[in-house]
Design a protein around this ligand. Structure first.
Ligand code: NAD
Length: 334
């Protein structure tokens, strides 16, 4: 492992050594495991036959997949692991989305000028906050559950009708706008222009009634859908809060500034990036379990021998390079 790779998650090098790791140069290992995509400098340290695993952002326009392939490196992008039951334990998108959904509610609560729970006090009764979650995948479902635990009155909305039961299962109401945009692989498809307009108009009306709006809507490989217009923000009560988790792909709210918290029309709009990094202990623990399960799938008698007839490995492998000679060592880089 690279010295200090665990520092951000408060795991000292000594703990890795105790677990049997060697601290040194990870770039010559047979398998290099990362969180973020490798930089050009890091790719320069790799040679043909090595394997890289991590969030490789294969759908981003500036991805490094071509450079990894040209270097003869076999690369597995955790984003491309299929959403099938058997692969749940390896699903790093899900494990990190859980962290984001949870933390988004805490950000909303801390920015809010109001309580989340109902309070009955000698000085009067406080009504519970109303919380609307737009886009109820893994992050959205966790946000609904967390907001409920904090005492909020929760509502969920998505374009995949199958989500309605999941929303109700965490004690939230389902907002039905009559748009069905279920796509492939459990993801949503992009809406048509007419659907977008209809959705924005309907949401503009619905959003007015909420103290907190948390948005998590994504369409793989596309800019984030615009769900919350400037007009919708203007219609919200002063002191309301929007937490936009889609900032990395442009944001679900028209007035979002990715990575910043802005106040417009007396509404606070927060768009924190990379929320899992703000909870490094559990984010790392979950990611490590995902990676260990994926590595295990590639090992045969302790040797790296990925079987590409396995859908999980075939889908997640994003570079096709000649088979390297198998040896059994893995390294972790920061
Ligand atoms: P995601 O991050 O791609 O998108 C978040 C949500 O935004 C999705 O629910 C999507 O439907 C919604 N969305 C997209 N466009 C929208 C729009 N215009 N308006 C409103 N909502 C919109 O989703 P995700 O969290 O990666 O989850 C995708 C699916 O995969 C879910 O059905 C999830 O339950 C499923 N999943 C399955 C497994 C498994 O079985 N192994 C594991 C993880 C996730």
């Amino acid at each position: 492992m690279e010295a200090g790779a665990g520092r951000g998650a408060l795991i000292p090098d000594a703990a890795f050594v105790e677990a049997g790791a060697v601290v040194g140069d990870p770039w010559s290992a047979e398998v290099v495991v990362k969180v973020a995509p490798p930089s050009d400098v890091e790719i320069g340290k790799l040679s043909a036959g090595q394997t890289v695993i991590g969030f490789l952002a294969p759908r981003n326009a500036d991805n490094k997949i071509g450079a990894l392939r040209d270097a003869g490196v076999r690369a597995f992008a955790v984003e491309a692991i299929p959403r099938i039951s058997r692969a749940q334990v390896m699903d790093a998108l899900s494990s990190q989305a859980n962290v984001s959904g949870y933390k988004a509610v805490l950000v909303a609560a801390s920015e809010s000028t109001r309580f989340f729970p109902m309070l009955t006090t000698a000085a009067g009764t406080v009504k519970p906050a109303t919380v609307l979650v737009l886009g109820v995948g893994v992050a959205g479902l966790q946000a609904l559950a967390t907001a409920k635990r904090l005492g909020g009155r929760t509502t969920g909305y998505d374009v995949r009708p199958e989500v309605a039961d999941q929303v109700r299962s965490v004690g939230a109401q389902w907002l039905d706008l009559g748009i069905d945009a279920a796509g492939e692989g459990g993801y949503a498809r992009e809406l048509t222009e007419a659907e977008k307009e209809r959705q924005q108009q309907a949401l503009e009306d619905a959003i007015k009634g909420f103290d907190v709006v948390i948005t998590t809507a994504l369409v793989p490989g596309r800019p984030a859908p615009r769900l919350v217009t400037a007009g919708a923000v203007e219609g919200m009560r002063a002191g309301s809060v929007i937490v936009d988790l889609a900032g990395e792909t442009g944001g679900n709210c028209e007035l979002t500034t990715p990575g910043e918290t802005v106040v417009v029309h007396d509404v606070t709009i927060a768009s924190p990036l990379n929320l899992p990094a703000t909870m490094p202990e559990h984010a790392s623990e979950l990611y490590a379990k995902n990676i260990a399960a994926l590595l295990e799938l590639m090992l045969v008698d302790g040797k790296l021998a990925p079987d590409f007839s396995d859908q999980v490995l075939a889908d997640s492998c994003v570079t096709r390079v000649p088979e390297p000679e198998a040896e059994s060592a893995a390294a972790v880089a920061d």
